[in-house]
Design a protein around this ligand. Structure first.
Ligand code: TRP
Length: 342
């Protein structure tokens, strides 16, 4: 059986994009892989985090994992800072990865913005830590969205260079698991921008902890266009939207793909069902499925977050089991690199 590793940063409210793009897929992988799901708090602090909020956000991700259906008995759920092997292996990888490789990372460029000189050194070596996350468990597969593909390629480059430098085949070349038609969830206020925790208006996103009323209100206020819902000619052969359609009617494309993802049907099935409807009718349909699928997860998250001792207990158990896998691998790495044993 293959081994999955994936991580989510505790840097702010979880929204529908995190659920449909990542967490929902994590749940499905559980039958087919040994799964390790990590709240990556070490990654979070590459940008400054308020300590009190960081604690709450760490628990929020753990709660979301569990509420969405990740089973903490069969899978491992823990927070990264509690397993020292991540930071230790990351140091070794800092000495394997080349400056030139990191200079090419687009996420660093995006996050550092114009003030590169002011970015933390941690933000620069973020991808080395991510490689360490994955390889400290010798994970065979990592579920990733488009935006993380480059980091996974770097992970493979690091594994390969380590193996070459030390004449070994110790690290696997981890494969990305890309989900068929991974849902890209866009802002409810502007269909051309990604749904994001940093967009100012909370009406732009559906948070995983929103109540029924909040979900209904946000969908009611979501931006649309004056035309009725499109027919199947807005799709191309692979079942995705025609790019010209997405450019012309980004809000329609976004709401239809959210509907399809939540209802668990293909885009063509969703379009077959809604063709010719007015947005007012379609929004009622979308609200029903959104409330049906999300509200139980949100209320379970709130229940778990109200009992932090239980969550902390789950994280402690996960930490022990993660450590039990990571420690022997780290010891082998020490041996390969030439460190003396205690
Ligand atoms: N970089 C990932 C993100 O921003 C989070 C992450 C950290 C991760 N370590 C990982 C994802 C290891 C997959 C595997 O979404």
């Amino acid at each position: 059986m293959g081994r999955i590793f994936s991580g989510v940063q505790p840097t702010g409210n979880l929204h529908l994009g995190n659920y449909l793009g990542a967490i929902r897929n994590f749940v499905q992988l559980q039958g087919d892989y040994e799964c390790i799901y990590c709240v990556v708090d070490l990654h979070a602090i590459t940008l400054w985090q308020d300590p009190t909020k960081l604690r709450a956000q760490t628990r929020e991700i753990a709660a979301a994992f569990i509420a969405a259906g990740i089973d903490p008995i069969n899978s491992i759920i823990f927070n990264q800072s509690q397993v020292p092997a991540h930071a230790e292996l990351a140091w070794i990888f800092n000495c394997v990865a080349r400056m030139g490789w990191l200079n090419r990372m687009t996420q660093f460029k995006d996050k550092a913005g114009k003030h590169r000189e002011n970015a933390s050194v941690g933000l620069y070596v973020y991808p080395d830590l991510m490689a360490a996350d994955i390889l400290t468990y010798k994970a065979t597969h990592v579920p990733v969205g488009e935006d993380q593909k480059q980091h996974l390629e770097l992970t493979r480059d690091i594994a390969q260079k380590f193996n070459n430098d030390f004449e070994t085949d110790f690290f696997p070349l981890t494969e990305p698991l890309i989900f068929g038609a991974a849902t890209r969830v866009m802002s409810l206020r502007d269909g051309s921008k990604k749904m994001s925790k940093s967009e100012e208006s909370d009406l732009s996103r559906i948070n995983m902890t929103d109540t029924d009323d909040e979900i209904a209100k946000k969908i009611r206020k979501a931006k649309t266009d004056p035309d009725p819902l499109p027919g199947l000619d807005c799709l191309i052969e692979n079942g995705q939207f025609e790019p010209a359609f997405e450019r012309a009617r980004p809000e329609a494309a976004n709401l239809i793909s959210i509907y399809a993802a939540l209802a668990g049907v293909s885009l063509s099935a969703a379009i077959g069902e809604t063709e010719g409807q007015q947005f007012s009718d379609f929004k009622r349909l979308l609200t029903d499925v959104a409330v049906e699928k999300l509200a139980p997860i949100g209320s379970e998250m709130r229940r778990l977050q109200d009992a932090p001792d239980h969550l902390d207990e789950i994280l402690r158990d996960g930490r022990q089991r993660a450590n039990a896998i990571a420690q022997p691998i780290l010891q082998d790495v020490h041996q390969i690199v030439g460190f003396l044993r205690p």
